[in-house]
Design a protein around this ligand. Structure first.
Ligand SMILES: [Zn+2]
Length: 980
């Protein structure tokens, strides 16, 4: 009956042409749901009726939206304020930060940066059937204001009608069309948040979810070409033929936080009934294996969250792929997973589980319990981050590996889920960052700060609430919040008030503000452990005294664990209880100090003593939580750059990895690396350097984030053991002090911005000469400055690069020669504008390079090389000074190849070509050598490793010298990424 009524209502609504329709409330069909009745829906939520038509040939959505706003506040309003997010146009000053964010996501600006913007066009606004003026906020271009002829008082309502269209660019993101998939997120004019303070004109921040809006009742009639399979918020209640070759789907989402839709004629559907909820996973055929996993994971967490918090808000839940780049995106009743996630190799299935667990949880916290995503991101991301961690700890064990490499690849490095979660936070802190969790995302400034604060730190704060309340009361609290704030907005002030009301025995305001606003910390440490001789020789029982110190401003309850053979003794530390006894242990508080002495009767001598063994706390110095240091050891048959990257290490202990290696400079051999992330890093290697045809031995040690954040201080030494080609062996080392101001996110390339001072000793020049030995020993001081805004690093679309070095060697500090060597490089890359003024997909790269040195009898530079004049090899044209210039045209040969190899581990994205001209000249002993011209062609294979982990271009160049007489053959170079 219910369904027939709905169907009839839809039909009636559809029969009336829009403009003539009388303004009336209550006739929008509201779909009843068996579950929804269990959540209270506040009265007066806005109602949206949208008639949208998708024109795939014009890549355009034309729509008419009818909005009914009911003033739920205590003050009258004289305007309606809407967010029109697709109107966003990127400001030039935002380009660097956005480029950097995309680079971290391994997306090129060409793929995902909409330089044009202004994709929504508002044709007409009507209020109460009358044409109404509208303007856009001069400060926030995604805010549309419709002044009203008469004020709308508390409890009153008004209806507006907006005619608009949205262009669908072929760009990864929230609104667009790519590879046959249409995506419409945050695409329609939506009422801004309105309360007693008036309208909230939250700006659009493209790198996160600044949404702050009321839940609403949505009825959407979507006219699309036949054969389009839709995944959306709500549920399709009716589908009927439209114009020839078209279909009209009626979708009702009532209520929902927003209305999102993706569609494609390539979608496949998998369904499973999970309790009262129909779970639908929609995917592209190439996602098959992972789509099945997604269905399985979602079917597990839906009932879990219902048990934890309360019923899912609707009777249908969908998960679908799209192209946006940031892995997972929550919409109401719909979760989107990035295409690259859906193609993660089978070894990454736990990462998919992690994403599904996280995004599905947003249906409870974000969709039903709304938040201010702009000013209080923590209020959903912190909660969801914690709930996801609790769930995955239960399922896989704490800090279980996130990547389970498949057969034959188990030697590759993996990372514990908790290590990944916290290494980002501790790394961010080690770089000198700090700040309140409760601040708006524009003030946070970038994604790294937002993740570290709202997700990582925020998530641990939620876990510390659990630590204090215990499991049962913790979930009881959030179950209460879920029911009481259903379809409303849950603010930070509400959290403080509700938690205090729920548990008046503790000062929750101080706790929450301390952690989330005043950025205070806790730091427990095991200071001293004393093990007595066995008091009873038969049983081996002895007294173990553990001295604990807490140095942070936040004193959190914790646990001390004594590991004695197979036994684990846990002693709870309750800081507000003074001294106390528990069975088998005594806890004594040292008066007026943050110190505790724990005496445990242990069955044998303990092998380890740990405070906060379960990492329940966000301890600011996790290293000092153990009595005996622990080391994470690993031996691998092949050491990759991942093994040494900080992202793949434990965040709270030293890690050592050893094994054979080949690195990005084509050196190979055996290597041992040890590091304590963000503190120090040491490496020793022995092997061969084929480019020099030399056997080598070397080592490096660096103090990281020392003496200040962003700085490092280190030494490097390498000795040539044997040369297979001639008797020249290089040997030497240097000490350096580096300041990084633009760190790379890549596992393979050097930092993009740094300044460095060094002292070098040995038989080579220290900068830009790839360690080629000279006759005699050089001792020199030098400096280098490098800044590259060439984004993305694997194939720059635009930007510039400056690299300058100066080196001075002097006999007075032991050098065989007194010399000076100065070099500078400047390169630019620009997209070529087409006739329409838009940049095309091909680009021009130009650079100049100059090296000046003295005395002029010494060959201080070489002109040839894979990153210099490519028509000359390394042995030709050396000089005391050189100049060089490059003009290169880079163009696509085959874009969007999208070929996955080796179980999706390697994905070939694009094939690019290059035509170049290098010209240069060298100077020696008072004479200029002839100018050398070189022309060449090259191929670059733009490939992604493991879905989104790393991206690089493999470069092959072949160059021919011209005008230097007969008999010079072309030179072939292999390399990583573009030359500049
Ligand atoms: Zn989230």
């Amino acid at each position: 009956m219910r369904f027939r009524w709905q169907w009839t209502a839809c039909l009636i609504v559809g029969l009336f042409p829009w403009p003539e329709r009388p303004v009336a409330a209550g006739e929008v069909p509201v779909r009843a749901s068996t579950q929804r009745a269990r959540l209270t829906i506040p009265a007066g939520l806005p109602r949206y009726e949208i008639d949208a038509s998708l024109d795939l040939s014009r890549k355009l959505v034309t729509a008419r939206e009818r909005v009914r706003f009911t003033n739920r506040s205590a003050v009258a309003t004289r305007e309606l304020v809407f967010h029109v997010y697709p109107r966003y146009k990127m400001k030039e000053e935002d380009r660097p930060a956005l480029s950097k964010t995309l680079e971290v996501l391994r997306l090129s600006p060409e793929e995902s940066m909409d330089a044009e913007g202004r994709r929504i066009n508002i044709d007409r606004v009507q209020v109460g059937g009358q044409s109404a003026p509208f303007t856009f906020d001069p400060d926030v271009d995604t805010v549309m204001i419709v002044p009203l002829a008469r004020p709308v008082g508390p409890g009153e309502m008004i209806v507006a009608e907006i005619d608009f269209n949205v262009e669908l660019p072929d760009i990864w993101g929230r609104w667009g069309h790519h590879h046959g998939l249409t995506y419409l997120l945050n695409w329609y004019p939506v009422l801004a948040h309105h309360d007693d303070q008036g309208w909230e004109r939250t700006p659009y921040v493209p790198w996160h979810q600044p949404w702050h809006q009321e839940a609403g009742h949505y009825t959407v009639r979507f006219d699309s070409p036949e054969g389009q399979v839709i995944a959306s918020s709500g549920r399709i209640t009716d589908r009927k033929p439209g114009a020839p070759g078209r279909q009209v789907s009626t979708i009702v989402a009532s209520p929902a936080r927003d209305f999102a839709l993706v569609c494609s004629d390539r979608f496949e559907v998998r369904e499973q009934q999970v309790g009262p909820t129909l779970l639908r996973v929609v995917s592209l055929p190439e996602h098959k294996a992972n789509a099945e996993k997604v269905l399985e994971y979602a079917a597990e967490v839906l009932p879990l969250y219902e048990r934890w918090f309360g019923p899912y808000f609707d009777d249908e839940f969908e998960i679908a792929p799209s192209f946006f780049g940031w892995n997972g995106n929550e919409c109401s009743g719909l979760v989107l997973l990035d295409d690259r996630v859906m193609r993660v190799p089978s070894s990454g299935e736990r990462y998919i589980d992690h994403l599904v667990t996280h995004e599905t949880c947003h249906q409870w916290f974000w969709n039903v319990v709304g938040t201010d995503g702009y000013a209080e991101t923590f209020m959903d991301e912190g909660l969801v981050n914690a709930f996801t961690a609790i769930r995955l700890d239960e399922k896989y064990g704490r800090n279980a590996p996130l990547i389970n490499w498949g057969k034959g690849l188990t030697w590759l490095p993996t990372i514990g889920r908790e290590d990944l979660r916290l290494s980002g936070y501790y790394g961010w802190r080690a770089r000198g960052n700090n700040g309140p969790v409760i601040q708006d995302i524009k003030s946070m400034g970038n994604l790294n700060a937002l993740f570290s604060l709202a997700y990582d730190r925020g998530g641990k704060v939620i876990e510390m609430i659990k630590n204090r309340l215990g499991d049962e009361r913790f979930f009881a609290f959030f179950r209460k919040i879920y029911h009481e704030y259903a379809f409303e907005t849950f603010h930070y002030a509400d959290l403080k008030r509700e938690l205090t009301a729920f548990d008046p025995s503790f000062d929750w305001n101080q706790f929450l503000d301390g952690w989330l606003v005043e950025h205070k910390d806790t730091d427990w440490a095991v200071e001293h452990v004393k093990v007595d001789a066995a008091s009873d020789n038969n049983t081996g029982v002895r007294s173990v005294t553990v001295e604990l110190k807490q140095s942070g401003e936040m004193i959190e309850p914790t646990v001390v664990l004594c590991r004695c053979g197979p036994d684990e003794i846990r002693v709870p530390i309750w800081p507000d209880r003074g001294s106390y006894d528990i069975p088998g242990a005594h806890v004594a508080h040292v008066p007026k100090e943050d110190r505790w002495v724990v005496t445990v009767q242990a069955p044998s001598a303990p092998s380890q003593v740990i405070v906060d063994p379960d990492h329940a706390l966000l301890d600011s110095v996790p290293d000092n939580n153990r009595w005996k240091p622990e080391i994470a050891w690993r031996f691998t048959p092949f050491m990759t750059p991942l093994d040494e990257s900080s992202q793949f290490q434990s965040y709270d202990r030293t890690s050592i990895v050893a094994g054979p290696f080949i690195d990005q400079y084509a050196r190979g051999g055996f290597k041992i690396g040890a590091q304590r992330v963000n503190r120090w890093q040491a490496t020793v290697w022995a092997g061969a350097e084929p480019a020099l045809r030399e056997a080598i031995f070397g080592g490096q040690f660096a103090l990281v984030q020392f003496p200040w954040p962003h700085w490092s201080l280190g030494v490097f030494y390498e000795e040539g053991l044997y040369n297979f080609y001639n008797d020249k062996r290089h040997s030497g080392g240097r000490a350096f002090l580096r300041y990084r101001f633009l760190e790379t996110s890549s596992f393979l390339i050097d930092d993009q911005g740094f300044a460095e001072l060094y002292f070098g000793t040995g038989n080579e020049f220290w900068q830009g000469d790839d360690g080629r030995p000279v006759n005699g020993k050089l001792n020199a001081v030098g400096g280098r400055y490098r800044l590259s805004t060439l984004f993305p690093y694997w194939d720059p679309v635009q930007g510039f690069e400056i690299d300058a070095t100066a080196e001075y060697g002097d006999r007075s500090f032991g050098s065989a020669a007194t010399y000076v060597r100065i070099a500078g490089e400047f390169g630019v890359v620009r997209p070529i504008p087409t006739w329409s003024g838009e940049p095309s997909k091909s680009r021009i790269a130009v650079r100049v390079y100059g090296g000046y040195g003295g005395p002029d009898t010494v060959p201080l530079f070489r002109l040839g090389g894979g990153r210099r004049l490519r028509a000359l090899d390394l042995s030709q044209d050396i000089g005391s000074s050189v100049w060089l210039s490059t003009f290169e045209w880079r163009f696509p040969i085959w874009r969007d190849i999208d070929q996955d190899l080796v179980d999706h581990i390697l994905s070939v994205r694009n094939l690019l070509g290059a035509v170049f001209y290098d010209v240069g000249q060298s100077y020696l002993r008072g004479e200029w050598n002839p100018v050398v011209h070189g022309v060449g062609v090259g191929i670059r294979v733009d490939a992604i490793l493991f879905a989104f982990l790393e991206r690089a271009s493999l470069r092959i160049d072949i160059a021919q010298p011209v005008g230097v007489g007969p008999g010079r053959s072309p030179v072939l170079w292999f390399g990583l990424n573009q030359v500049f």
